[in-house]
Ligand binder design. Structure first.
Ligand SMILES: Nc1nc2c(c(=O)[nH]1)N[C@H]1C(S)=C(S)[C@@H](COP(=O)(O)OP(=O)(O)OC[C@H]3O[C@@H](n4cnc5c(=O)[nH]c(N)nc54)[C@H](O)[C@@H]3O)O[C@H]1N2
Ligand SMILES: Nc1nc2c(c(=O)[nH]1)N[C@H]1C(S)=C(S)[C@@H](COP(=O)(O)OP(=O)(O)OC[C@H]3O[C@@H](n4cnc5c(=O)[nH]c(N)nc54)[C@H](O)[C@@H]3O)O[C@H]1N2
Ligand code: SF4
Ligand SMILES: [Mo]
Length: 763
């Protein structure tokens, strides 16, 4: 496929793969790269991904091994595709915008928009205009600053980011927003691991994972729950493989038999090139979506009963007594867990759960890994709290080879939070920030992503600034969100590539093009690097190597700093110009504001950088009681009435979040189409549908508003009966804005009740 045409929908289906990665993965990555750019640029980018002196993969947040242990090719198929997508030789120029009106661009697919290439110069769409036109940087930033200054309150502005942003720019963005007067810093985390953050903060006193790569390698038992690592964190499979070679075992919990969970062929090792690869999951629990709370409640009940049967041999009483609170109350409730409820909610057999319980008893150290399959459910927070209960019972927290492992999405999503990009940063952070820069930070919590949409819809937010993401496509209830964005006075996006957020815009709209990870970043004091933090709290530098995609690009640091100067006027204690000239000056300030970053510049200069301390691993719990907290979580599970399905909206193998790279989902055997819905053969019979029938997906939600995703093809697929799966962002239109997780306010993208309305048969 040439990539510049909109692909036609030409679905073909092959059987799902039984293993992930291997040689075809390398071939696919190279193909994409060579389609986008020259052999020379491909070689230059690939040799620098994830090397100590190169740049951090702009893909997921899975960590690199220590510098001495890295391969020459320390990246996966998808990492190579993410880089190629950024390093593409294709360009979007002023001519392009003369050719296409905004309305025309809005009819194009997400795929097509991305395939046009890198943005090259600032563009503006003025009120009433049909096209974007070029604008100089000074005028563009003056325009945006003028709109910000004209607002009746700073809380009428929104500053959205994704975890693609680096630490230095993220720190400046939140500093700017707060010096301007608002905590309105919605981010992609609100839709991603927010449920993990809330659950872990409450129970362990820190909203991050506690394990290192070494812990994974040496764990006796690893649960991989609600996660598809073969596609979304491919190098996690190398870590799981190593754990298995060390004698560890893996339990996978998922409604779908994902290829990477079954077998792995290491593309860089001989045993991955020939042979059947390594079996990953020793036990595969094919669970009903939303049944994970019930599963861990059952495992907890079994542990308590095993302790009753053989007192002093199952639970870690010394740890529970010394380091936790709430055990008695938790145990009282856990003992009441009802087996009928559990079997109904999980769809699993009791013997299978008991077998896994046996594996737990045999394991000294246990890690639980999870991702969106847990966080994006209504009861995501209680589910993760119950997992913490499960680990606390046997002291599987803060020990080698044990702990919690929320596997983060974007490469620096964890770092952005550490830098203060959160609408609810604690007072201690706000005080430190204000002290360092001579102002009083606003204390009122800001708006998260869902509340930001409500505010734009209701006209209480009027200016939207987005950095490094695609808000319009990442968010739920597309029709509502699009109308909300169009109500804004001004929308501005600091982006590398064209996306829907540029075509669904406010009265005035700005495209502010910026450098990507792979681009060289030269400022007044010379070549700069910046830093990122991965899922395991390792902080390291990233150095772009390619000539910038266009001479007109500014770095994110430069854009944010220049915008701040124009908006805030003189800020004697915030040297924006110095920050732009020398990113080391930003790191000096970070080291004085953010705990754990002392001597930042020195420590990050070491190969591989440094690891932020996680107090949990020193037995310190920063909860109000100073102890880890057992919680009581009422049983709950989704109810799926007859004739309906619980739809999860997930990623294909060939996309990066809102950006499809191709129309395929290789491991699941889906080719040349994305508007497909995977349904179990049993449900097809019950619903009177046949494989490949055409259907509309219609949401069932109590507000009575019709949410419909049209013209999908049904694919018979071995998912759990009662559930269905379909790709995001095409299905975001189905997720009601008010359908959010309790406590975290995360859209319930993995639990949307739908019915399928037939529109035509396969023939
Ligand atoms: N190639 C690629 N890599 C990526 C991304 C990408 O788009 N493309 N995105 C990045 C980002 S931002 C993130 S957050 C991560 C996301 O990484 P994942 O969380 O792996 O991504 P999803 O595709 O949303 O897949 C969710 C998985 O959870 C399962 N699941 C759904 N509901 C349930 C449930 O109720 N219980 C259980 N046990 N399982 C369930 C699904 O079957 C699926 O396997 O990936 C990151 N990495
Ligand atoms: N239904 C449903 N909705 C979901 C999810 C789901 O599973 N189901 N997942 C949610 C999750 S986990 C997440 S994280 C969000 C993702 O939401 P976002 O993070 O907002 O979306 P992305 O698709 O990652 O953003 C892609 C855009 O980022 C810009 N970009 C890329 N690299 C750079 C860079 O280096 N600098 C700058 N300035 N811009 C850059 C490009 O212009 C590109 O078009 O979506 C959420 N929405
Ligand atoms: S596992 Fe993630 S960070 Fe590593 S190379 Fe692949 S996409 Fe990039
Ligand atoms: Mo994410």
């Amino acid at each position: 496929m040439s990539g510049t045409e909109d692909p036609s929908d030409d679905l073909s289906v092959t059987s799902p793969k039984q293993w992930a990665t291997g040689v075809p993965a390398v071939t696919h990555a190279l193909e994409y790269s060579l389609e986008q750019t020259s052999v020379r640029r491909t070689a230059l980018t690939l040799l620098n991904i994830n090397q100590a002196k190169g740049f951090d993969c702009p893909g997921c947040a899975w960590p690199e091994p220590a510098p001495g242990k890295r391969h020459l090719n320390e990246y996966c198929e998808n990492g190579a595709k993410h880089v190629a997508d950024e390093a593409t030789s294709r360009r979007v120029t002023a001519d392009f915008f003369r050719q296409y009106s905004v309305a025309e661009l809005d009819t194009k697919s997400d795929y097509w928009l991305n395939q046009q290439g890198r943005l090259t110069e600032p563009m503006v769409k003025r009120p009433g205009a049909e096209h974007y036109e070029p604008i100089g940087w000074d005028e563009a930033l003056d325009l945006l600053a003028g709109e910000l200054r004209a607002l009746a309150s700073p809380d009428e502005a929104l500053f959205y980011t994704s975890g693609r942003l680096n630490n230095e720019a993220a720190f400046l963005l939140q500093l700017f927003a707060r010096a301007y007067g608002t905590n309105n810093l919605p981010d992609c985390s609100n839709m991603c691991h927010e449920s993990s953050g809330f659950a872990l903060n409450e129970t362990l006193g820190i909203g991050k994972g506690s394990v290192s790569l070494d812990d994974i390698h040496h764990a006796d038992l690893i649960f991989v729950v609600g996660q598809n690592p073969g596609t979304n964190h491919p190098r996690m499979l190398s870590a799981l493989e190593e754990a298995k070679r060390n004698g560890g075992r893996v339990v996978a919990v998922n409604p779908l038999p994902e290829a990477g969970l079954i077998r792995f062929k290491h593309p860089q090792k001989a045993r991955g090139v020939v042979g059947r690869g390594t079996r990953i999951a020793d036990e595969f629990l094919q669970i009903r979506p939303g049944g994970d709370l019930a599963l861990f409640q059952a495992l907890n009940r079994l542990l308590l009963e095993a302790e009753d049967a053989a007192p002093g041999t199952v639970l870690d009483h010394a740890f529970i007594d010394a380091s936790t609170t709430g055990f008695d109350e938790f145990a009282r409730l856990a003992r009441k867990t009802d087996w009928d409820d559990v079997l109904e909610a999980t769809g699993l057999g009791r013997e299978q759960i008991e077998r896994v319980h046996g594996m737990v008893l045999e394991s000294k150290s246990v890690i639980v890994c999870w991702a969106m399959g847990l966080t994006q459910h209504k009861h995501g927070v209680p589910t993760i709290r119950e997992i913490v209960d499960f680990l606390l019972l046997r002291g599987n927290i803060g020990r080698p080879g044990a702990g919690v492992c929320p596997v983060r999405g974007h490469s620096n999503v964890q770092g952005d939070r550490t830098m203060g990009v959160w609408e609810q940063m604690p007072q201690s952070f706000l005080d430190a920030l204000g002290r360092e820069f001579g102002f009083t930070a606003p204390t009122r919590h800001g708006l998260d992503s869902v509340d930001a949409i409500r505010a734009m819809r209701d006209g209480t937010a009027k200016v939207f600034v987005g950095v490094a993401g695609n808000f319009v496509r990442a968010t739920p209830d597309s029709a509502v969100t699009e109308e909300a964005m169009r109500r804004c006075r001004l929308t501005a996006h600091i982006s590398t590539k064209l996306n829907r957020s540029h075509t669904v815009c406010g009265d005035t709209a700005l495209i502010l093009p910026t450098l990507g990870r792979s681009d060289r970043d030269v400022q007044a004091t010379g070549l700069q690097f910046y830093t990122v933090e991965d899922s395991m709290s390792e902080v390291h530098g990233s150095r772009g190597k390619l000539p910038p995609a266009s001479p007109h690009l500014l770095s994110e640091v430069a854009i944010i700093g220049r915008l701040a100067r124009r908006t805030l006027g003189r800020t004697p204690d915030i040297p924006w110009e110095e920050f732009e000239a020398d990113y080391g000056a930003i790191r000096d300030r970070i080291s004085r504001v953010v705990p754990g970053f002392e001597d930042f510049n020195e420590r990050v200069a070491r190969p591989g950088g440094f690891r932020l301390p996680n107090p949990v691993n020193e037995g310190v719990f920063r909860t109000p009681s100073g102890k880890a907290v057992f919680t009581c979580n009422e049983f709950t599970a989704p109810h799926v009435p007859e004739g309906h399905l619980l739809l999860q909206t997930l990623r294909s193998h060939d996309q990066w979040n809102t950006v499809p790279y191709a129309m395929n989902d290789r491991y699941r055997g889906i080719h040349n189409a994305r508007r497909v819905v995977l349904v179990s053969p049993e449900d097809l019979v019950a619903l009177g549908l046949a494989d490949r029938d055409r259907v509309d997906l219609v949401t069932v939600w109590h507000d009575g508003i019709e949410r419909r995703a049209e013209d999908f093809r049904v694919v018979a697929y071995p998912t759990t009966p009662g559930s269905a799966a379909s790709y995001y962002p095409e299905t975001n239109v189905l997720v009601p804005l008010d359908s959010v997780a309790d406590i975290s306010n995360t859209p319930t993208s993995k639990g949307v009740l739908v019915r399928l309305e037939p529109t035509g048969s396969a023939a």
